[in-house]
Design a protein around this ligand. Structure first.
Ligand code: SF4
Length: 232
């Protein structure tokens, strides 16, 4: 298994944990606001990192590392993910998985095997026709609903996240998004950053003002246990 990125130590990617973060190349979505466009569009162009480098680092530093964040791209597309997580587990690591939720079968397998300690799933828009606008592809919405239910019912710590991109996520959409994750432990509103975006037209788009995002957080609160705002 090979990786497109490896951050050896971070306190930012998993609250309260000292972790390293690995990035798997390739994704089945084409979100116009994606900041990882090279990893998504040209995964073969990345200088890939061998799995042994990551496992050796984890083993040598297991005294201070709490866990590993597995991100992407979309990690659940890799058929070796289950095996890799078991390798990390055998070295004493806890596991956080970042996912777009499109592979509910993979999530079911990993959760059923007790291999995950935290799941962060993107819910990019209302689960209706707007979803394809947010992802740039046709999405199996039932698979997303299945993933949401699996995560909430698993008892594993979790978070659902929405990047609030103007025109894609409207203020009122927060009602239906949080209805679809009702009861979740955490729901995060992530400010849109028009830096490097997969669709260059979005790089000139102004983000929502802080007041709008605070109003979205107020709308979200009744349906989830905790609301977080990131990137303000
Ligand atoms: S933002 Fe979208 S396109 Fe980019 S990695 Fe995540 S799911 Fe894939």
């Amino acid at each position: 298994m090979r990786f497109a990125g490896f951050i050896k130590t971070t306190l930012l990617d998993w609250d309260g944990m000292v972790a390293c973060t690995v990035y798997l190349p390739g994704c089945n979505f084409r979100c116009p606001f994606c900041h990882n466009k090279d990893l998504v569009l040209h995964p073969e162009d990345n200088q890939l990192i061998e799995e042994s480098i990551i496992l050796d680092f984890v083993e040598e530093n297991s005294d201070f590392l709490d866990g590993v964040v597995i991100s992407g791209g979309e990690p659940t597309l890799n058929p070796e993910l289950h095996r890799f997580i078991k390798e990390l587990r055998s070295r004493g690591m806890m596991i956080k998985l970042d996912t777009n939720g499109s592979r509910s079968d993979v999530l079911e397998d990993l959760l059923g095997a007790g291999l995950l300690d935290y799941v962060a799933m993107d819910v990019k828009a209302s689960l209706d026709d707007r979803y394809s606008m947010a992802t740039g592809v046709n999405v199996d919405l039932q698979a997303l609903r299945d993933s949401i239910r699996l995560i909430i019912d698993s008892g594993v710590d979790h978070e659902f996240r929405t990047t609030v991109v103007p025109h894609i996520v409207r203020e009122e959409d927060v009602d239906s998004i949080t209805e679809s994750v009702r009861g979740a432990r955490r729901y995060s509103l992530q400010q849109f950053r028009p830096k490097v975006t997969l669709d260059e037209n979005l790089s000139v788009l102004d983000p929502y003002p802080e007041s709008k995002i605070l109003e979205m957080a107020r709308r979200a609160k009744p349906r989830v246990q905790k609301v977080q705002i990131k990137g303000l």
